[in-house]
Design a binder for this molecule. Structure first.
Ligand SMILES: [Fe+2]
Ligand SMILES: [Zn+2]
Length: 417
């Protein structure tokens, strides 16, 4: 169970978005160029007149269905001024000196999007603290049933809530970055249907929905029986895949167990133990490639991306991007960075391979694993025999969109924009 900071709760509950409408001085026009709005708690938000006019959400200026701007920003006079400003019970009414245009701004919207001062962190709903895990999670693995996921949106929401790593505080209970699904029919058709419950499947040079054996069907170690250390997939894409799903359909040999590591947990540990290594891996870009098939030569743009990627505003860690096997030639570093880079890489590897952080599970036909590829690293032990595995990738943006619309009201989501 999660405990929240009281001030965060207040921000989310909208208590701050209240105005004393009986006091006419709560809203005022200053130098014609700005509108000041004083909230009940004494804070004053200042809005540029042009900004307000540009953000008018009346039916003429904003399409309520498509949520797209209709107003022609470039036809608004740069020196536009409010003619009248009126406090209503729900928001601010402004009549503009240009074309007598009338705008209405709900208090909740003005409060949420106040930029001078910033009242609500614009990223707050999703840039929340994360619960991370080590291998003690083995005794309590997040799992939902195939039946629940396929039969109702509630089941689907529960599934996605297990996987999602950054989330709205008010519904923050379980934050794993992965989930199992039990009771899945042992067929490619059922597995594909399951993947499509979230979103369309991401096609790559490996195809869309994959069904593979260790026959080196593609020039990648995934298509062999070798052991694979913990890595994230597709570090060579500009936009690495968001989710990865695995379903073992058949195996008549030994080994091939699944390894999962919480990249956010490892990053947290690295930061505590070796802050300078954490900084190095957050700053130094790693070039990557996929070039195992003759017709493929994939490199990302930008060419190099750090292992630890942060949101530039919140500084939250948002993406771990690590596959040592897919790393290209490190010829871009300054000579004095070479040792710092390898030292940091060794520190990172030590945390990633620490027994405590390794979650080993057995693949079983009927039990699907899905995980967030921007957070969880995966690997496997070597195996013998014939093994058939199927699965799919999902885009990050599309799975996040599905999760948002399942968990948050349309009104709330529209107001966030
Ligand atoms: Fe992989
Ligand atoms: Zn308008």
């Amino acid at each position: 169970m999660y405990h929240f900071h009281t001030s965060v709760f207040q921000e989310l509950s909208g208590n701050k978005a209240q105005v004393d409408i009986k006091d006419k001085s709560s809203a005022s026009v200053v130098d014609s160029s700005k509108v000041h709005l004083r909230w009940l708690d004494g804070t004053t938000s200042r809005f540029h007149s042009f900004w307000l006019r540009d953000h008018c959400h009346c039916p003429e200026c904003y399409h309520s269905v498509t949520k797209q701007r209709l107003v022609n920003t470039f036809k608004i006079p740069r020196d536009i001024k409010p003619k009248t400003v009126t406090l209503t019970s729900t928001g601010l009414d402004i009549t503009w000196d240009h074309e007598d245009h009338k705008s209405h701004y709900p208090y909740t919207w003005l409060n949420k999007h106040s930029y001078d001062p910033k009242i609500t962190d614009p990223y707050l709903p999703e840039g929340t603290p994360k619960i991370t895990w080590d291998n003690s999670i083995a005794s309590n693995l997040p799992e939902v049933t195939y039946k629940a996921v396929m039969e109702s949106d509630k089941g689907l929401a529960e599934w996605l809530n297990n996987i999602v790593s950054l989330r709205r505080l008010a519904i923050n209970e379980h934050v794993y970055g992965f989930s199992f699904v039990s009771g899945v029919p042992v067929t490619t058709e059922a597995t594909e249907e399951l993947a499509k419950r979230i979103s369309f499947i991401r096609e790559t040079h490996y195809g869309g929905f994959w069904d593979f054996t260790s026959d080196l069907g593609h020039g990648d170690t995934a298509y062999t029986d070798l052991a694979l250390g913990a890595h994230t997939d597709t570090t060579y894409f500009t936009d690495p895949v968001g989710l990865q799903m695995f379903h073992l359909l058949h195996h008549d040999g030994e080994g091939g167990h699944n390894l999962m590591v919480d990249g956010f947990q490892c990053a947290k540990i690295l930061k505590e133990r070796h802050p300078s290594s954490y900084k190095t891996l957050s700053e130094i870009g790693i070039p990557a490639h996929s070039a195992g098939d003759l017709s493929t030569h994939i490199i990302p743009s930008p060419r190099r991306n750090p292992i630890l990627n942060h949101d530039p505003v919140t500084r939250d860690l948002v993406q771990v991007r690590f596959n040592n096997d897919d790393r290209s030639t490190m010829d871009h570093l300054e000579p004095e960075q070479i040792d710092a880079f390898y030292n940091a890489l060794f520190d990172w590897n030590k945390v990633l391979t620490d027994e405590k952080n390794l979650l080993w599970t057995k693949f079983q036909p009927g039990r699907v694993l899905i995980f967030d590829n921007w957070r969880c690293l995966h690997g496997r032990s070597a195996f013998t025999g014939k093994r058939r595995m199927c699965g799919a990738y999902t885009n990050w943006d599309d799975y996040r969109s599905r999760w948002r619309t399942l968990n948050t009201s349309a009104e709330q989501l529209a107001e966030d924009l």
